[in-house]
Design a binder for this molecule. Sequence first.
Ligand code: PMV
Length: 335
Amino acid sequence: MNKTSFITQLLQACNKTPIKPSATVYAPANIALVKYWGKRDNELNLPVTSSLSISLADKGTSTTLSVAHQAADEVFLNGEKLTAVSPFVTRLLSFLDLFRPRKDFYFRIETISTVPIAAGLASSASGFAALVLALNDWLGWALDLQSLSLLARMGSGSAARSLWHGFVMWQGGERDDGMDSFAYSLSYQWPSLRLGLLIHSTAEKHMSSRDGMIQTVQTSPLYTAWPAVVARDLSLVEQALIQQNFTQLGETAEANALTMHATALAARPCVCYSTPQTWDIVHTVWRCRAQGLEVYFTQDAGPNIKLIFLEKDEAMIRANFPTVDVVVPFIQDYQ
Ligand code: PMV
């Protein structure tokens, strides 16, 4: 099955043209505690495994959709008009092509992002989730979140998880048509949990997660071990959430990220997202932990590190990582 037939099937009964002048929506970025790394279907973004994430509250993407003022699509990022040749625009427009009601219909997309684009900080996840939510609102689809998760997945796999705040599970599914590969919200709350973003590089990553995954699945001799690692880590993380066992949560998330990067490093040629600064930060995390400060890290398809810690340690975290941007995933407005 290709993307177009998947979307045609999902949108069969849906309206194709706008029901109002514009729609504005917000979607949070998310960070996987148990990673998605590897597709079983590259066209439909079907993952080899399930994955589990936490959303980043006010770090995300706000998108407004309306009809373009001219006979061409218009894309604005943080108020600046982007040219059609940038990889960000090309990816966005080829996704929107799937929903274009007719050839001479042009979109105006205004996006405000509070996370750096393509620095491995899940900006594509919140970007595609916001786009799908905006389409749903603007075109009056009235689809449920499960169907919107299926649609967001077509833009970027991890976008399937960005429709909710808090903890989210993306079930990998088994069907070839991908209709059972969607995310859903987990009801566990953890108000004292904190995430810390350490952004030492906002440069575009040298290899997209898509290409990195393909290369890892096809060539890494370690990849065969990955699905079993994920299955075990998913149950350890869920158990940690139920028991509010922070040590188990942190240890599992950190080990899962390291295993993901180990499988990628073993690809031929190797897929490496870390820089010397990445390792400096990782060693600082390990040093802090050896000295009794309970902090863990995770890392996605980019060089930046995200810390996982508890509210009580925030002052010590700030002292050891002065540039940290602290995220409070469970705050009143987002629960
Ligand atoms: O959704 P993508 O194609 O950007 O892939 C995301 C991959 C990781 O961020 C490394 C892991 C994850 O589960 O988010």
